[in-house]
Design a protein. Sequence first.
Lengths: 72, 637
Amino acid sequence: MEKALLALAAALAIGIPALATAYAQAKIGSAGAGTVAEKPETSGTMIILEAIPETIVILGFVVAIMMILQLA
Amino acid sequence: MIREMLRLAVWGLTQERSEVVETLHDFGLLHVVSPADMGPPSEEEETLKFTRAKVLGMLEALEWKDWSSLNEEVLDRARERVDLGIEGVVVEIDRSLDSFRHRLAKLLEERRRLAVSLADLRRSHQVVFHFIPFVSSEDTPGRDLSLWWLKDSAIQKTLSAIRSRVQKRTQDGAETRDPWRFHLFNPEKGQAVLAISVENRFSGEIEELMRLQGAVPWKAPEGFQVGSTRETLFAVEKGLKETGTRLGVLSDEIAKAREEWGPRLASLYILLDEKLEEALVESGSRTRGDTFLIEGWIPADSLDAVVSLLKSRFANKVLVQWRYPSSEEWHKVPALLSNPAATRPFEILLKLMPHPLYKGVDPTTLMAIFFPFFSGCMIGDVGYGVLISFLGLWLARSSRHPLLPPVGKILFWVSGWSIAWGITFGELFGDLGHRLFHMEPLWVERSHAVLPVLIFTIALGVAHISIGLFLGFLEGVRKKHHHLWMERLGSLIVLLSLVGLLLIVRLNLPRPFFSLNITLLVVGTALLLAGGKIGGLIETFSALGNVLSYVRIAAIGLSSAILAIVATRFVDVLGVSFLGILMALIIHLLNFVLAIGGSGLHSARLHYVEFFSKFYHGGGKEFRPFSRRRFSWKKPC
């Protein structure tokens, strides 16, 4: 039971941030596409803004890996 | 590296200004500085702009886009043809354009008209195509044929009305053949075309009835409504073929004109653009009595060349002065990047960022080291690395777009590190290398040993961020920004001392190490507070987050490795069959595309977000030399 809970927690640790990041990137991406169409010189800034929410998935990934290693 | 610049001032006699400007234009290394109080554009400039726009308009009308085909030879030939003053150039161009403009306008107008006619005919042909058999069979003496547009909803009602009307007139039963027949076709939703064939005696009644039902007679496009319905239908079919053929001939004529006139007009456009630039520089020069002054920035190592050129052409009629920019002027000086051929391709990655400041740091070399290293670590597969090297070679030799060769060269660097990391992780198209050649990892198999790779990437992050913080510290010292250097140095010390503490705990190092680290932590925190106050502490936490962000190298690498293994497993499951190999190839192809795209994007992000934020300050001016359009010519916006 404890192993199952750990596995579920690991899945949630990466799944929830992934969904949240996807939502944030969708919002930033649509706004960014409009901005780049208007001002192509902002493309660098938009890539950065688009990439920022990904960090939270990486942190989720680290937490998930830690949990899975405990399982092993 | 950012090249050292000099402020150059060229004095000369007003009567020789045009020649001096032309010489500087040919030299092509002076970033001209125009005075802020420049007046409105002169009549000459307006004429040049207008003529330039006219030429561009004609190029667009011709749909000529082959700017990359223009070379120096074509431009020089055009220059010789119109080697006149500005007025002469405009007159010459106007004369050239006039002979062509009418011909082009006529061709384009005819093409437009035919295209409209062809679209109409196509729409009509949709109907004609369906009715030709019916109309051919019903086109007999004593019968009348007509085609009607009507709404779908009115079809049943209309047919019933016709039926009852005809039955009423034929109650005596003397008829020998169907008194009326119809054929129906729905060319679009909600609308139908109804063909009705009736005996001549009913035609008037049927027409009246159809109009009462709200039907509209079907008509062929203008010019094709001839004689009987059958003749009209055949005229439409014939017209469609003929119009298509004529349009093809016309398109060929336009293509020929495009081929003949496109490069000529494009050369004229470039010449006009050059003349306009010269006119702008001339009007931007300061005039004092009989003398003029042109000022600008020039790379310091090009000074001797420009001075000897001006002296050889104008002897003592020009006076050249120069000086180094003062530190107050640095923000006004254009920054010209100058890197060795090996690392120059990485300059394109900086194009996505604001241009570096003069006297700022040019991170191109560091990007050339770390970008392919990180990307290669994420890909980490010998097979993919070899494929990327082929792709890189192909792109590096491509001339379709000026961006492709540098991208190809970057990919070539990435491929080298991918192969190196592939050998380290023992991967060749996933575990195919192990299965076929018993390939073993030099270090760890990353699909199984996740933790060592995770720790390694965090160590990479610490190293990369530390370099960034150190560069930020140097920037602060060089520019005498006390807050900046104290904050960056404080962050660096805190980061390294935290890593040290972690190592001491993990490795059980002796107590003196612990005391040393605590001392460093206190010193670092003090510097942080002195440099950036509370903001400095927050900055350090963000630096720790930045370090963790490098875990993505392991995460993306892991997913790439697992996907490659999954691809090979398809052959296990489906056997060495066509389907198994096909599935494996598809998954490998997907993984390959993801590997290139994902590794490039995430490597770039690690640089732009994590690394550059520690030392890089954009907002500099790009070096735009007053030069002739050579191979760098691109399509005008």
